[in-house]
Design a protein around this ligand. Structure first.
Ligand SMILES: Cc1cc2nc3c(=O)[nH]c(=O)nc-3n(C[C@H](O)[C@H](O)[C@H](O)COP(=O)(O)OP(=O)(O)OC[C@H]3O[C@@H](n4cnc5c(N)ncnc54)[C@H](O)[C@@H]3O)c2cc1C
Length: 384
């Protein structure tokens, strides 16, 4: 998609974040991938650019930006460092936006400004060892006693958990109520009864941190519940729908980075007395990458535009995530193929793109779950 289709503010934002990513994120990405160290300096840099509060109201320390602007920023961050973009999305799209959307005025005043300014890191905890795609089958309980919810249970694969001071945790008040028994609670880091157990050995996005949260009689004040009693599951699904636009933008960023590496390598590598870029087989891979990346970007911007206009966007967000995640995986695969044996080794970034891309087909709703959502919505819409 041509930059010409962006509004002036979006184009300026894109260039600002791209410059930062080229200067700061991309040069450090391989080191972070190797060490698995959390990219604090990258996140401080993003906070310094005002990106932590991009879509949050100015009243709470944000800059009141749009979903389209967030997509533009996320793509450029992911193009520089996919791991940093995961941490950023979990912080803003899943945690801060959750409180922003469903919190009371008091909750927003208390929790959003530190998240918007980068003084606190946010995390979102839905997945459990026994329930991922089937999130409604969660077992973590939140039993109401004396003005508190007492949490017991385990959440797994939680991004930013080891660094976060603000967690949105979904837990059930009463399993017999199904998803209508689920509460969304703000749990503060360091709460008594909350233990964080880091999970190591990720294939990609290695510098994003992932951990288990174990709750043992962890008391959370009742006033930390977001929204009405029993509305937590619906709220979580709404937040995930909008966050999928960010994940789809992340996919476009990873694919774009792989594509740029492939084009550059194809123009300088020679075989049989000519540049490999002169072979039609290589050209066709490059053409397929360029075309599918543009198509993915357009799907992302369509979903973002619909959301910004207050129109239904859930099906379109799932379509964007489903398509863009495949494009990320396939583009990284083609880029690696174009690099030949060199691409299989870590000094070239393409093997990292290949590893980073795969998770996008798994988290925030796997590709199978996106198809399920799209099918359900299409069939309902068309009255079938
Ligand atoms: C790096 C990373 C970071 C993450 N960060 C977070 C986070 O911050 N917060 C959070 O809450 N979670 C997080 N997750 C968890 C992630 O969202 C889940 O892994 C994902 O939802 C899939 O759940 P699962 O792993 O339990 O797989 P399962 O649900 O067990 O699925 C296994 C397979 O079965 C398929 N499947 C399941 N149900 C169906 C169906 N009805 N029809 C067809 N196929 C189906 C799935 O698509 C998948 O292929 C993270 C995961 C990873 C890997």
């Amino acid at each position: 998609m041509s930059e010409l289709l962006l509004a002036d503010d979006e184009r300026l934002l894109k260039r600002t974040v791209r410059d930062f990513a080229d200067r700061e994120l991309a040069p450090r990405a391989a080191g972070h991938d190797e060490s698995g160290e959390y990219p604090w300096e990258n996140l401080h840099g993003l906070a310094g650019l005002g990106l932590f509060g991009l879509t949050l109201d100015e009243k709470y320390g944000g800059s009141g930006g749009t979903t389209r602007q967030l997509a533009v920023a996320v793509e450029e961050i992911a193009r520089g460092c996919a791991a940093t973009s995961v941490a950023y999305i979990a912080h803003l799209s899943l945690c801060a936006q959750f409180i922003h959307a469903f919190g009371s005025e008091g909750q927003k005043q208390q929790f959003v400004p530190p998240l918007a300014k980068g003084q606190a890191i946010g995390a979102f905890a839905l997945t459990e060892p026994g329930s991922g795609s089937d999130a409604g089958a969660m077992r973590t309980t939140a039993i109401k006693t004396d003005g508190h919810y007492v949490l017991n249970g385990t959440k797994t694969f939680i991004t930013n958990a080891a660094e976060a001071s603000t967690f949105i945790v979904m837990a059930t008040r009463d399993r017999s109520l199904g998803t209508r028994g689920v509460e969304a609670l703000v749990v503060e880091g360091g709460s008594a009864g909350l233990s964080i157990i880091p999970q190591h050995g990720k294939m990609g996005v290695r510098a994003s941190s992932t951990a288990e949260l174990v709750f043992q009689d962890c008391a959370v004040p009742e006033e930390n519940r977001l929204g009405d009693e029993g509305s937590g599951f619906r709220e979580a699904m709404e937040v995930l729908s909008s966050s999928r636009i960010s994940i789809a933008a992340q996919c476009v960023g990873i694919a774009q980075a792989a594509y740029e590496a492939a084009v550059s390598y194809a123009k300088q590598r020679e075989a049989f007395g000519q540049r490999i870029a002169d072979f039609q087989a290589i050209q066709w891979m490059i053409v397929d990458m360029a075309t599918s990346i543009d198509a993915a970007r357009l799907l992302v911007m369509r979903a973002a535009t619909l959301r910004d206009r207050g129109l239904p966007f859930v099906t379109e967000a799932s379509m964007a995530k489903l398509f863009a995640s495949r494009v990320a995986v396939e583009s990284a695969d083609k880029a690696l193929q174009i690099h030949g044996g060199t691409g299989y080794f870590s000094p070239t970034p393409v093997e990292r793109y290949y590893r980073d891309a795969k998770v996008t087909e798994i988290y925030e709703g796997s590709s199978e779950i996106q198809r399920l959502i799209i099918a359900r919505n299409i069939l309902q819409r068309d009255g079938m």
